[in-house]
Design a protein around this ligand. Structure first.
Ligand SMILES: C[S@@+](CC[C@H](N)C(=O)[O-])C[C@H]1O[C@@H](n2cnc3c(N)ncnc32)[C@H](O)[C@@H]1O
Length: 307
């Protein structure tokens, strides 16, 4: 299958179907304990965030086969560990109500099969750029390794701002936009005797379909970090934490070629919290109209509430 495409242009609509074809690749290689970056890094980071925030209602955008929904439901059911609470969003209501949203049926079907008895997760088919929920109905919105695969991230972040309640938190996990920009990687120049991390053309938005494993083609959209931050600012989401963790030991043990580059993060995490009053000095993101009138930026409720 060939994906000849100008990387400056948005991806053709049919590429969104690639997740239907390749859901099993994700389910087998990155879930249920198969991937050290989830097991040693992403899951513990999420657990720590949830222990701190103690939400009562969480939306997982692009939930895939639901692994992080299940983590959230378990943490919510276990209650907040000792030491959490002062900075929390809610009263630590348990059980935490968790909703996973994904456009890919092949992911939602497996998410339904993998539900844990007693820890139900609501599953909704939908797109990040058009969340089928009313304004202000979630304490936490989570998106893990999703926004770098989709067009319309500005609109999706605007939607996050709309569905979060004031004071709610957005937890965003990304492939590190700077250090993992297309064309980046470790260079071991044996002629000049130099080793360094090369950074690809970071500032250039780049839309591509990559073969990530044999015959597995996945859409990617690279954008600079400022693109995400400015979209958050425009959505009334202000950053309260950023982490750039080193690749975990389990990953380095598998990816020997990465060992010398262990000081270069693969993951970027941002926590942003929704302002009670939006910052009107922030520029509106491309394609998203600046809100006007009494309805405010979080107007236009859509569809039914979380299931
Ligand atoms: C790399 S997987 C991550 C899944 C999950 N967040 C996790 O951490 O296991 C990306 C997911 O994004 C979903 N996705 C693709 N396009 C999307 C869109 N427009 N809105 C929301 N999710 C989307 C895919 O179906 C896929 O399940």
């Amino acid at each position: 299958m060939s994906y000849l495409h100008d990387p400056a242009d948005a991806l053709p609509a049919e590429t969104s179907q690639l997740w239907e074809h390749n859901a099993r690749w994700w389910q087998e290689a990155f879930t249920e304990g198969a991937d050290p970056e989830y097991e040693e890094q992403i899951v513990p980071m999420l657990e720590a965030e949830l222990a701190r925030l103690r939400p009562s209602c969480l939306l997982d955008i692009g939930c895939g086969e639901g692994q992080l929904c299940r983590v959230a439901a378990r943490v919510g059911a276990e209650g907040a560990p000792v030491g959490a609470g002062a900075a929390g969003l809610g009263a630590g209501t348990v059980p935490l109500r968790v909703v996973g949203l994904d456009p890919t049926l092949a992911q939602l079907e497996v998410a339904a099969q993998r539900q844990v008895p007693g820890l139900p997760v609501g599953l909704v088919r939908g797109e990040a750029a058009s969340l089928p929920f009313p304004d202000g109905c979630f304490d936490v919105a989570l998106a893990c390794l999703v926004f770098e695969h989709i067009e319309g991230a500005d609109q999706a972040i605007s939607e996050v701002g709309r569905v979060l309640r004031p004071g709610g938190a957005f937890l965003l996990f990304l492939n590190h936009p700077l250090l993992q920009a297309p064309g980046s990687g470790w260079v071991d120049d044996q002629i000049l005797g130099e080793q360094y991390w090369r950074i690809g053309p970071y500032l250039v938005e780049h839309h591509s379909v990559e073969e990530v494993a044999k015959d597995v083609w996945i859409p990617f959209v690279h954008r600079p970090l400022s693109s995400y931050l400015n979209a958050m600012a425009a959505a009334g989401l202000y950053v309260t934490a950023m982490h750039e963790p080193a690749p975990p030991g389990g990953f380095l043990a598998r990816a020997g070629e990465y060992a010398e580059a262990a000081a270069f993060p693969r993951l970027a995490f941002l926590r942003a919290e929704k302002l009670a009053v939006p910052d009107r000095s922030a520029p509106p993101p491309r394609g998203v109209a600046r809100p006007t009138g009494a309805g405010g930026p979080w107007a236009a409720p859509t569809g039914p509430g979380p299931q």
